[in-house]
Design a protein around this ligand. Structure first.
Ligand SMILES: NC(=O)c1ccc[n+]([C@@H]2O[C@H](COP(=O)([O-])OP(=O)(O)OC[C@H]3O[C@@H](n4cnc5c(N)ncnc54)[C@H](OP(=O)(O)O)[C@@H]3O)[C@@H](O)[C@H]2O)c1
Length: 259
């Protein structure tokens, strides 16, 4: 029988990038599943508002402003816990969609720093606490970009391949310890900010990403898969879950309805 609620000793769930999109939806889902959620992101106002909303609904939620690329701040954050049950490495995203020939190296660096080093920072800082819980789970929200490339995507694809490799290697290295490593690789998800951030605030370009796609995934669709994977019994490790909308067969094969 699957246990929906984890053992009491391991009930803190830390979610990075919880100020919107998939991270906020995941925090909601995990709170509903009985976890004491700790919301982190750089935008304090947003995570505080979500923590208040969840607390008002009878859940346990706290906000902790954190930049995942700031190692000293991450180490300081980790001292707040004796044990942690779940770490969801979700903070990240894409910058630009230029071809390799003209891509901005600074965008590539930022994507690597956030998607890979950010995940590394949190994972290294909290691994002892996950171990100490006796039943810990590390989730890496990578992307289908972590598994195949597409034109104009190289910088993001390279970073998400890095996140994928981190998850896969960590699973090998800690086998035998009481910590699972789960990778969730979503395809096209329509969140408020992902494409907007990618295109530097250009709403028209951002809208084009989803143009004609009947039903892109929602943040909650992805959060649902995270919560499902995390709430399997402790001996069940969902190594990798690829989730796409029905209209998307691959990173480059998307059905778009034309009017
Ligand atoms: N949307 C998609 O189509 C899609 C598909 C596959 C995978 N993903 C991945 O899923 C994750 C969430 O995506 P989303 O669609 O929910 O995007 P989003 O709405 O843009 O959310 C990104 C989150 O990451 C946080 N973040 C960014 N840089 C950070 C930093 N240096 N330190 C701490 N937090 C940081 C942001 O918060 P602050 O700005 O407040 O710090 C925000 O909460 C990302 O890793 C993304 O790459 C998205």
């Amino acid at each position: 029988m699957a246990t929906a609620v984890p053992p009491a000793a391991s009930r803190i769930a830390v979610v990075t990038g919880a100020s919107g999109g998939i991270g906020a939806a995941t925090a909601r889902r995990l709170a509903e599943a009985g976890y004491r959620v700790v919301l982190t992101a750089r935008r304090k106002d947003r995570i505080e508002a979500l923590a208040e909303e969840l607390t008002a609904a009878g859940h346990s939620a706290t906000a902790y402003p954190l930049d995942v690329t700031d190692r000293a701040a991450v180490d300081e954050f980790a001292t707040a816990f004796r044990t942690v049950g779940v770490l969801v490495n979700n903070a990240g995203g894409a910058l630009g969609a230029d071809p390799v020939a003209t891509g901005d190296p600074q965008d590539w660096r930022t994507m690597y720093e956030t998607n890979v080093i950010g995940t590394l920072n949190l994972t290294q800082a909290l691994l002892p606490k996950l171990d100490a819980s006796g039943d810990g789970t590390v989730v890496v929200v990578s992307s289908t970009a972590g598994h195949a490339t597409y034109e104009g995507g190289a910088g993001y694809v390279a970073a998400k391949h890095g996140a994928h490799v981190l998850a896969e290697t960590l699973r090998l290295e800690i086998v035998g310890r009481p910590v699972r490593v789960i990778e969730i690789a979503p395809g096209m998800v329509k969140t408020e900010e992902f494409a907007l951030t990618r295109f530097g605030g250009d709403a028209e370009k951002a809208a084009r990403v989803y143009e004609g796609v009947a039903e892109p995934l929602t943040a909650d669709d992805v959060a649902d898969t995270v919560a499902w994977a995390v709430t399997r019994p402790p001996h069940v490790n969902i190594d990798l879950l690829v989730v796409r909308p029905r209209a998307q067969a691959s990173n480059t094969k998307v059905h778009r309805e034309t009017r």
